[in-house]
Ligand binder design. Sequence first.
Ligand code: 13P
Length: 245
Amino acid sequence: MPQRHLIAANWKMNGLAAALPVAEAIAEIARSHASDVAIFPPATLLPLMHRVLEGTPVRLGGQDCHYMDGGAYTGDISAAQLRDAGASLVILGHSERRHGHLEPCELVARKVGAALRADLIPIVCIGETLDQRKAGKTVDVLTKQLRDSLPDDLDGREFHVSYEPVWAIGTGMIASDAQIVEAIGLIRTWLSERFPGANPNILYGGSVKPSNAAHVLKLSGVGGALVGGASLTVEEFAPIIAAGD
Ligand code: 13P
């Protein structure tokens, strides 16, 4: 059986309660398409969106979690709290966390452990910067991020990986077909050696739009898309969901 695409909406720090009808409309569209669809709204919207999406095929996820299960960590959110608010997935190691919040791979790995303890399915993001690509370091960077961000606890558990070249995020510059296929192939090979029984979706993220989604999703090995800007409106996200069929 070919793997179903996972089409994921990463809303980042966008969206107020007024955006709930967008989630409702996405759920309606998801019903008539083959891909798995998930929305990662800001944490403040999780309980409200959970109510709107219950009984629909659309799953909910958090955008990050703390590496501890609870305690004195002002301003943070635990994996169990995300789960309690209706999430079944969590994005970890997004480049906006790795670079904006200086999160090293080892911290991402601890967060993955916390997510698994709370029964959340992690989507771990990796990707090189433009400087690293220009310096010919892409393979080394991706391999290091895989090795140091994916803990042994993932053995036998469901998880996914998203390849998101940092220079393609929010820039309108999408990676070339060859760059995507090479990176996804590297990830697939590495994962099959490290976690032989696993069957993760390997997503691509970075300037996925209605105009390029069908093309990207047909590239060899691409198991879905993690979509930022174009996931915020039904007009743009609906054709991306349809492109996964
Ligand atoms: P854009 O789709 O806005 O480039 O963002 C991609 C991303 O960061 C998904 O996690």
